[in-house]
Ligand binder design. Structure first.
Ligand code: C2E
Ligand code: CA
Ligand code: CA
Length: 674
């Protein structure tokens, strides 16, 4: 009963041993790197093997030349050595030829087959010669076989199977043959060689194992290096890529600017001819924030991705686009363009970005403004200056030429300096003393009765003189002084409004920062409450751009003001995004139609239809509507026909000092009383 499992275990063990044994003699077909390394090693060692074999055999044949027959000393060794020489030459010739792994494998297998054949033939030849010579010649045979086989085994170190086979084929018969001679010297030589044989096999196995491991670790190292390189390439790519748009990111852009600046010195000649070599363009989508607010961030992201796709489509070698963050994109140009050519490029870019954005069922229309700055002369030592100039040009485009390109020029340079001066002067200004408020009447038609006044900021600086509010308000907004500026102006405006009749309201312009945080809004509310002017007589004007930075906070602020009883008007309507959803989401009481529609309304049918549709919109949403910028009777006639009843403009009164406003009101009251 027990004998069967024992038998099976034995069979299994035997089979494993045979397999292990077979593996010792096999060529590692599954390991291409090892095959190539073995083949490379053999290609230098096998010619050496043949050399040893040939020279030793020739020497043995010579010592037997007179004692043995010619077929044993000339023809047989001649044929064997001839074959060996052919193989030697062949191995030397193929040494440096690149071949695939399969060819290497074929070579190893052929060697594996040839070694035992040659081993048997040379050994048989050696034993045969033993018969012919005297004692010295016989000793030479023994010496020949021992030394040749050791030499050959060393040459075959890298092909374990061949070396082991050769050792077995030569040394074992050698030991048997010389033990049987009965000669003590030969018997001891046989024993000696057997011992060397055992040691050699041990060295061979260890050497081959170490060789295979070395190859393996080289492969692993190379793989690891390749993987490290791949990962670092990938990291580099990701670190420089904007994932949303697929464009290079800000980091990549700045690196590109720096490298261009470094190479810019080679372009002096180009600059001398009045052309440009490095141009930085900053592209900003107009009112993009409103897209996010009205349709959600995922829609905003889809628009940005589409912008990225369009820019990628046109980025060719001298033009490099990147997303710098938010809705701002950068463009780098290294081309010698004239101002006109650059403007043409900019316009083409704006047109490209103005194409409708088809997002499923939604179609959005957006414009983009572009600011360019070019390096005109000298090496580009301060790329950041070029960046600032492009930024200024973009700012200028945003203020004056939305949807168009602007190239930074000398005029901008002096404007930039003036802004710097204004910023400095504002920082040190005595706001309470230097700021004042002008009031512009808003009237009702057809009676021309004054409904209220818009309070407009005025700043007189001792050196700069009268600074227009559009300039210093923008400066104050950038330099964080706006909250103080608004406080001073609001207090002054409300102090004047207290002197007016109960039904005359005051309209005050709030800046983005005033409604940009709950604390700022609370300070506005506190001033309103402390003023003594009933909140229902106060109106706050905000522009769409004031809502851009954070719509939720801004609309919450407006709600807080509205709870006090203050009314809210949306200023400059029609110039910005003017989305219906947007208007509906705000607690509005009034819309002020921008004066840009009025200036050419007499000749512009489009302007007329825009005004008409805004008037209709206000009627539908039950909103009050005021149209700004009425300068002559003709305009007023058309506006009246279009349904406008409340107007503001130079025709009805220019912005005036508080006393003048009071005087105007009392004169009106007197006329009405009369
Ligand atoms: P806005 O709020 O649109 O103010 C109306 C501007 O149009 C005023 O310019 C006014 O003088 C001008 N204007 C009125 N009627 C006519 C007209 O018939 N024709 C023409 N061509 N212009 C007319 P102003 O006073 O220079 O103010 C410019 C801008 O500065 C204002 O535009 C407003 O955005 C800002 N601003 C003025 N005062 C303040 C303020 O107290 N706070 C804030 N945050 N912004 C203010
Ligand atoms: Ca206004
Ligand atoms: Ca306005």
């Amino acid at each position: 009963m027990t004998s069967r499992p024992v038998h099976r275990a034995w069979t299994l063990r035997c089979r494993r041993a045979v397999e292990r044994c077979a593996r010792l003699f096999a060529v590692p077909a599954e390991n291409p790197e090892l095959i190539r390394s073995q083949s490379a090693a053999l290609s230098t060692q096998i010619p050496l093997l043949y050399f040893i074999l040939v020279t030793n055999s020739v020497a043995l044949a010579l010592t037997h030349l007179h004692s043995a027959p010619a077929w044993m000393t000339v023809w047989t060794p001649g044929a064997l050595c001839g074959f060996c020489i052919v193989r030697l030459v062949w191995w030397r010739r193929i040494r440096h030829i690149e071949v695939d792994t399969a060819t290497h494998l074929r070579r190893l297998r052929l060697t594996l087959r040839l070694v035992p054949v040659l081993g048997v033939l040379f050994t048989a030849w050696g034993f045969n010669l033993y018969r012919y010579g005297d004692a010295y010649a016989q000793a030479h045979v023994a010496f020949y076989m021992a030394i040749t086989v050791i030499g050959c085994i060393f040459c075959l170190m890298h092909l374990r199977g061949a070396a082991l086979m050769l050792a077995a084929i030569v040394i074992l018969p050698f030991a048997v043959f010389f033990s049987l001679t009965g000669n003590l010297v030969f018997m001891l030589m046989a024993a000696n060689l057997l011992l060397v044989w055992v040691a050699m096999i041990f060295v061979l196995l260890v050497h081959y194992r170490d060789f295979a491991r070395l190859v393996e670790s080289t492969v692993t190292l190379r793989l690891r290096q390749a993987e490290t390189q791949r990962l670092s390439d990938e990291n580099f790519r990701l670190a420089n890529l904007d994932s949303l748009t697929g464009l290079p990111n800000r980091r990549a852009f700045l690196a590109h600017v720096d490298s261009m600046a470094a190479h810019a010195s080679g372009h002096h000649a180009a600059r001398a001819r009045g052309t440009r070599s490095i141009v930085i363009g900053l592209i900003d989508l107009d009112d993009f924030k409103l897209v996010n607010d009205a349709y959600g961030h995922s829609t905003g992201d889809r628009v940005l991705a589409e912008v990225g796709r369009r820019l990628l489509d046109i980025s060719t070698n001298p033009v490099f686009f990147a997303r710098l963050g938010g809705d701002e994109f950068g463009m780098l140009l290294r081309e010698n363009l004239s101002t006109d050519e650059l403007m043409a490029r900019g316009r083409a870019l704006c047109r490209l970005l103005q194409q409708p954005y088809e997002l499923g069922e939604l179609t959005l229309r957006l414009t983009a403004s572009v600011g360019f700055a070019a390096s005109p002369d000298g090496p580009l030592e301060r790329p950041e200056l070029l960046f600032e100039q492009a930024d200024h040009a973009l700012y200028y485009a945003k203020q004056n030429a939305r949807g168009e390109p602007v190239i930074f020029s000398h005029a901008h340079e002096s404007e930039r300096r003036r802004m710097g001066l204004i910023e400095q002067a504002l920082a040190h200004a005595d706001l309470v003393r230097e700021l004042s408020v002008a009031f512009q009447p808003i009237v009702e038609l057809p009676s021309h009765r004054i409904l209220g006044f818009e309070a407009l900021a005025r700043w007189t600086h001792e050196r700069l003189g009268q600074v227009p509010p559009a300039e210093f308000i923008a400066c104050a907004e950038r330099s964080n002084r706006i909250l103080q500026v608004s406080e001073v102006l609001l207090k002054k405006a409300l102090a004047e409004a207290r002197r007016w009749p109960d039904d005359t309201w005051v309209s005050f312009n709030l800046s983005a920062r005033d409604i940009g945080s709950p604390e700022a809004t609370q300070r506005i509310a506190d001033i309103v409450l402390a003023s003594g002017v009933p909140p229902h007589r106060i109106e706050m004007e905000i522009t769409e751009t004031a809502l851009v930075s954070d719509f939720d906070v801004a609309s919450e602020s407006l709600r807080l003001l509205k709870e006090l009883g203050v009314r809210i008007a949306l200023d400059d309507f029609g110039t910005g995004f003017s989305s219906l959803t947007y208007v509906q989401r705000l607690p509005l009481d009034k819309i002020k139609i921008d004066r840009s529609f009025v200036s050419d309304i007499v000749h512009n049918a489009t302007g007329q239809s825009v005004v008409k549709s805004i008037v209709d919109l206000c009627r539908n949403l039950d909103l009050d509507c005021v149209v700004e910028g009425a300068e002559d009777e003709e305009q007023v006639g058309i506006l009246h026909e279009l349904g406008c009843r409340k107007m503001q403009g130079y025709l009805f009164g220019r912005p005036m000092a508080g006393d003048a406003a009071c005087a105007l009101l009392s004169r009106e009251t007197t006329i009405q009383a009369a």
